[in-house]
Design a protein around this ligand. Sequence first.
Ligand code: BGC
Length: 428
Amino acid sequence: MDNGFLWGVATSAFQLEGSPYADWTSWDSILSEKPNVTNHYALYKEDLNLLKDLGVNSYRFSIEWSRIQPREHIWDDASLAHYQEIIDILLQNNIEPMVTIHHFTHPLWFIKKYPWHKEASVEKFMNFAEKVVSRLKGVRYWITFNEPYVLLLGGYLEGCMPPGIRDPALAIKALQNILICHAKTYDFIHGKAMDSGTAANVSVAHNMAALAPWSRYNPLDRLLSKIAKYFYNHSLLDAFLTGVLKIKFPFRNEISVPVPIKGKLDFFGVNYYTRLHIRFNPFKKMGVELRNRDIDGYGLTDMGWEIHPRGLEKVLRYASKLHIPLIITENGIATRDGQKKIKYMKRHIDAVEKSIKDGIDVRGYYYWSLIDNYEWLQGLDARFGLYRVDFDTLKRQPTNAAAYYSYIIKTREAWSAERQTPTQGRNL
Ligand code: BGC
């Protein structure tokens, strides 16, 4: 893996461009009004120019499976060529592409016939993953799955994301199949890289949150927060270390599931946004209630999320027990207030700097997101972009935070030069 620090922005295809063939398209009625969202699929050149204006040296983006394989037996080579063109433009501009193969959406046929809890999902996903990895040239950084746990919680426990199931047993089966796909894709990418003599750096992007008991004095709040912390932040890390996924839901026995992912990571992608406060509530599912609170006085985001930069240091420290390089694959704020966006960014990047100084091996930071986009459960109101999008005219306008990010990149690029071979992070 290169030694230079990756300064980037992250996006996902569906959130920018929609897709007529994706499961989410019929899931959320707002998409019938704006099926092309920001119309990035047509305006990609204009948007890629924004990366040059920002001065980033990397760009994380995803490819939309449902465009590439709109029907089970139909492959659309033009869309693969489209994503290859994006890669080529990035490379011509010395911007390192980081490609996410799966970012929440599926072709409708897949989720209907082969949802993740079914065994056949593995073969169907692998057909797609192998096609993409064989076809796309010039990619050295891959994310197999974005936030497998969020997909699980949304799709299989809360039921608020496709396939809209609420069943813990099926959730575990689905997670197992997803992790089998991660392992197979990891091996396939490395096999291809070996054949062509190129480098390959493969990871997942794991959503990690700071988690705290609502009341430190309530033993049940404390217990639940401990269980949640282990499940949400640690269990996947441990599975990469041991090949066994240990799941414990509140008030149920622990389950151990074998997963073939031991050591199948070249770096670890951390998505970090906020802290959640956990409270025992017998009327909620599994007795767990999650709340946001403004404890540090930095305020809440437009989505009501607590701004808690110290949490980023904490999750980086947890993740450092993997003893591999860490990359912050997403961090950002939904707000219409440019100054608030700047402060959020600065405080979190300061937290990264502090972690590096403390010896944690962090190799990159990707701000979420380049431009305003479709936010899964919030529609078009969550303004994460460094560039604001007017969803009627589709005009992109820089926020103050865009210039600020460029300034950060220029003034802190010394990080990469200064960084010695970092000492590994401390074990927890
Ligand atoms: C996801 C993004 C999402 C962002 C903000 C992350 O969990 O990867 O797709 O837009 O959070 O909610």
